[in-house]
Design a protein around this ligand. Sequence first.
Ligand code: GUN
Length: 282
Amino acid sequence: MTARILDGKAIAARIRAGLAARTATLSFRPGLRVVRVGEDPASGVYVRNKDKAAKEVGFDSATVHLPESTTEADLLATIAALNADPAVDGILVQLPLPAHIRTEAAIAAVDPAKDVDGFHPLNAGRLAAGQPGLVPCTPRGVMHILAESGATLRGARAVVLGRSQIVGRPMAQLLLGADCTVTIAHSRTRDLPAECRRAEILVAAVGRPEMVRGDWIAPGAVVVDVGINRLPDGKLVGDVAFAEASAVAGAITPVPGGVGPMTIACLLENTLDAALARRGAA
Ligand code: GUN
């Protein structure tokens, strides 16, 4: 079997076109502010891409770039000002932050109604409780990919590999909300290959290049690879050994061009959702 390729780039482009069309009908422009602290080079690329994508769909977007020397109190004051600014619908604090700033303090300072990353404990709690709220972008993007894959989620055995706050845990909650039978597997799981082989839907989010081998995958499974790892030779690979896996799986996301493009598309969706909800329109 050769797996069908799930083209995240194309799905993301459709979502962005839909958001641009919707935004053009609004009497206001959704406002996004991305806060970057310090000079982490990868963060610079991510932040530019987010800002550019937001402007392309017609949002009022700007980056707030603070120096590496910013204190935690300064950052919290900046976030408080954005919380109070009626033109701002979405606030994203780009991670990682410099080591002298507590990530949890920054995340908790964002108004949950403007938390377009979905990282605030109130939004994480709402998701766990099955209540509506802002959902982390990458897991939201994976759900779009699964919807496009045509896979039946109700009753399906889903295995999420990885238990991070940003991907693994919220991913498992979304799959549970879609009536999957969910297993969260991680670095301490006994016999990871056997757990993965039980999956009809496998979401890999561990950050270990090509860890998931072809013989970890059940024939016909839908495999979604969240990993983006750079090898010493510069090549980008996922958490799944793509060539081996695509000989067994029914459908699979590539890296790059799978989950990656969905994350920004879903940040834009979250920003529009937050903007409408703040105005009582959703
Ligand atoms: N750094 C890497 N990924 C992310 C993300 O999704 N959100 C934020 N805020 N920072 C990140």
